[in-house]
Design a protein around this ligand. Structure first.
Ligand code: SF4
Ligand code: SF4
Length: 393
């Protein structure tokens, strides 16, 4: 298993995490899922459900091994009349949280995720109803260790991170949603008519969200990495071609700030298909050629940090150099500062990330070899010059 830092939380999480879909549908499977997860080195799991039976089943599955798992569990996810209901009622939220601790047999949750906020008005409700303050109180009491938020909307997520100090974001990350503009209606992400006519490049708000998370130290845990299975199926995929689960996971993990991908596996075979990422070689993980061949999607001129252009004879990590350069530009732009002005600055975090790279943009030989390998026609030599001018070397 590979592990990554979850933003600035100080937690190291496995790059593959366990979703709860499999044992929500069949509670009897919970122990088997956790056994397989432990065996594979998975240490992170998401518990969005409020289903009492699923919570009980997880409590049993965790008996004697609570310390081996980092729990991401959702505030505002409640259970009424035998059904899951999202609430913004403070008393209902408190009762559901205490229920989650009791049923899962723990006295703290590692990441308390404010559940499913896709609209500005909803974020305002979360703040106005006292739920954000409640999350902060739980953190102060040690009942949750970090405050998270789950969302599908990049604009609302950015607002929550800026205004609410969100430490962990659960976000829907796959190349299809990444091309769509922000929406307050999650159904827009899978409506057939949205995909008519094809697509070009990443939506700028989604790119800004990932860059903001990286720059603020907000860790991302990914949901919907397979777009509900659509992008694994050539007939369903809006791109007109399928990716493998390993390629989807590889794509999500190459977005800035992403630490872990939750596998919403409904059976053990699906969980194993996600775990297979860990032993997959570079060729199996490579999604760039598949992207370049998509009949209905174009990424021309846009670096997606796929590393397909490596290796470089000067040993420059082209994807990282480009990413850090873009992070610096995005950080300045988010403060209304443009390149070429006196106010333009390299933030300390990016300066340090760039410094520790083994080789830097200034070492580029301008040989152009990388450009022959980039499937997206990125002007890499220009990018290296640009990065040198920003970082100075
Ligand atoms: S320059 Fe091209 S090949 Fe290299 S990381 Fe960016 S998109 Fe991938
Ligand atoms: S052009 Fe520069 S970055 Fe590209 S392969 Fe040559 S030395 Fe490396």
């Amino acid at each position: 298993m590979e592990y990554r830092k979850l933003g600035n939380t100080g937690i190291e999480v496995s790059v593959i995490a366990l979703g709860c879909e499999g044992f929500v549908e069949n509670n009897d499977m919970a122990k088997l899922f956790f056994d397989r997860a432990e065996e594979a080195g998975i240490n992170y799991f998401d518990m969005f459900t409020s289903d009492p039976a699923a919570r009980d089943a997880v409590g049993k599955a965790l008996e004697g091994r609570r310390e081996k798992f980092i729990i991401q569990s959702h505030l505002c996810s409640t259970w009424k009349d035998g059904q899951y209901v999202r609430t913004r009622d403070l008393e209902e939220t408190k009762a559901a949280f205490e229920d989650s601790l009791a049923r899962m047999g723990t006295d703290f949750i590692d990441v308390g995720m404010i559940h499913y906020c896709d609209a500005d008005s909803d974020w305002e409700d979360i703040v106005g109803s006292g739920i954000l303050d409640y999350a902060r109180q739980l953190k102060a009491e040690g009942k949750i260790r970090h405050i998270g938020l789950s969302s599908h909307n990049p604009k609302v997520a950015m607002r929550a991170i800026e205004e609410g100090g969100i430490e962990v974001l659960m976000f829907s990350v796959n190349y299809v949603y990444d091309m769509l503009p922000a929406t307050e209606n999650v159904d827009d992400l899978w409506a057939d008519e949205v995909y008519e006519g094809g697509f070009e490049n990443m939506d700028p708000d989604r790119q800004r969200l990932y860059e903001l998370c990286e720059s603020k130290g907000t860790g991302i845990s990914v949901m919907k990495a397979f777009a509900g299975g659509d992008i694994l199926d050539e007939k369903m995929s809006p791109a007109g071609a399928a990716l493998t689960p390993v390629q989807c996971i590889s794509y999500a993990l190459s977005r800035p700030a992403v630490a872990t991908v939750c596998s919403g596996a409904r059976n053990m075979e699906q969980l194993d298909a996600s775990i297979a990422y860990v032993d997959a070689g570079a060729e199996e993980r490579d999604y760039a050629e598949a992207f370049a061949a998509f009949p209905k999607v174009s990424w021309t001129g846009h670096c997606i940090y796929c590393t397909h252009c490596h290796p470089c004879p000067a040993e420059i990590n082209i994807a990282d150099v480009t990413k850090f350069m873009n992070l610096v530009i995005a950080h300045n732009e988010s403060n209304g500062i443009h390149e070429g002005t006196e106010e333009f600055r390299v933030p300390d975090t990016e300066r340090e990330h760039y410094r520790v790279l083994a080789h830097h943009a200034g070492e580029c030989l301008a040989c152009g070899l990388c450009e022959t390998r980039c499937p997206f026609g990125v002007a890499i030599r220009e990018n290296m010059k640009h990065a040198k001018s920003i970082f100075g070397y």
